[in-house]
Design a protein around this ligand. Structure first.
Ligand code: DAH
Length: 340
């Protein structure tokens, strides 16, 4: 009776072990058969009910079945462990003889690329490329540009002031004065660089951005010269003839001063969201250098004249590539940067 039950239990448990399809399945079989309340525990409880003469043989059989099942379980568990290890070894296998992938080559920031392109163009037209300090004096940033202490233009530019009385330059125009001092007339210069404004930041305002200042001083400089160089610049940047217009604009360091508008490149002047349906986009303030500024630069305005312009490099990059959020430039986000 008990013998038959044990034999049947042994067969069904072995079948269960064989059929277990996962370590979890196997564990379930183990608990069912060998667990504290499992089938074998049940059988050993029933031992008390059989005649004492048969007990020794029955006990031996019980142990033998238990041992056989434990062995079968262990063997299968070992199989799982081995399979797992093999899978890991396969997955984590490394060919040490392969050449290392190496660091991914970097690339120039898109503003740098645009700056170099414009520098090359102006150098080919005889312009010098000048640099100026980012921490600037009040004199070069304002006074020498004909912006007196009480002039509203000083407040218009939200300035980062240092405790020393210096400031972070709010534009690249101070390099005009430094350039005149250094080169003397006649001169042609550009000055690309980083500028700072104490702005609250949003998609179209940044505290840090890039401008490119330009200046030419010679005899008899007129608006025609200014327009010629501006149109050449735009043709080279946008690879087509740009339609431009000049509107009067006020900047204390030029007289007359202009805003140079360009026919919207997105809609070709028909009107779209970028140009706010006007067909025109404000691109570059410019003008003829104010006699006071020439004087500050040590140049006699009776003898010499000049034009100057301030190109927003960051703005230009946004227009050229249709970038609608200025914060991307300083984000350091490689997904953005790798596109250029
Ligand atoms: N410095 C001016 C600004 O950042 C831009 C500017 C206007 C530059 C007129 C010029 C100019 O050279 O002639 O707002």
């Amino acid at each position: 009776m008990l013998t038959g039950k044990l034999a049947a239990l042994r067969e069904s448990a072995l079948a269960g072990i064989g059929a277990a399809a996962s370590p979890e399945d196997l564990e379930r079989v183990r608990v069912d058969v060998l667990g504290r309340k499992g089938a074998l525990a049940q059988v050993s409880k029933d031992m008390g009910k059989i005649p004492p003469s048969e007990r020794a043989a029955a006990g031996q059989l019980l142990n033998a079945v238990k041992l056989a099942l434990e062995e079968a379980l262990e063997a299968k568990q070992r199989g799982y462990a081995e399979a797992e290890l093999r899978a890991r070894l396969d997955a984590e296998w490394i060919d040490l003889t392969l050449p290392a992938p190496g660091p991914r080559p970097g690339s120039l920031h898109l503003i740098t690329q645009l700056r170099e392109e414009i520098e090359d163009l102006f150098v080919s037209m005889g312009f010098a490329v000048l640099d100026g300090p980012e921490v600037e004096s009040e004199y070069y940033n304002f006074d020498a540009l004909n912006i007196p202490a009480d002039h509203p233009a000083r407040d218009a530019q939200d300035t980062f002031w240092m405790t020393s009385g210096h400031l972070l330059r709010t534009h690249t125009s101070p390099v005009q004065v430094r350039g005149m001092e250094r080169l003397g007339p006649p001169l042609r210069m550009i000055a690309p660089g980083r500028v700072f404004r104490n702005e609250s930041i949003d998609a179209s305002h940044e505290h840090t951005f890039y401008q490119l200042e330009g200046m030419m001083v010679d005899r008899e400089i007129s608006v025609a010269h200014l327009l010629y160089f501006m149109k050449t610049l735009l043709r080279e940047i946008f690879h087509r003839e740009a339609t431009v217009r000049l509107r009067p604009g006020f900047f204390p360091f030029v007289e007359p001063g202009f805003e140079l508008d360009i026919h919207c490149l997105i809609c070709d002047g028909r009107g779209c969201a970028v140009c706010k349906q006007s067909g025109w986009v404000e691109l570059m303030p410019c003008g003829l250098v104010h006699p006071n500024v020439l004087r500050y630069g040590g140049i006699d305005p009776e003898q010499w004249g000049g034009f100057a312009f301030g190109l927003g490099l960051t703005r230009l990059a946004m227009m050229r590539y249709g970038i609608d959020d200025i914060r991307q430039f300083q984000s350091g986000d490689l997904r953005f940067l790798r596109q250029f």
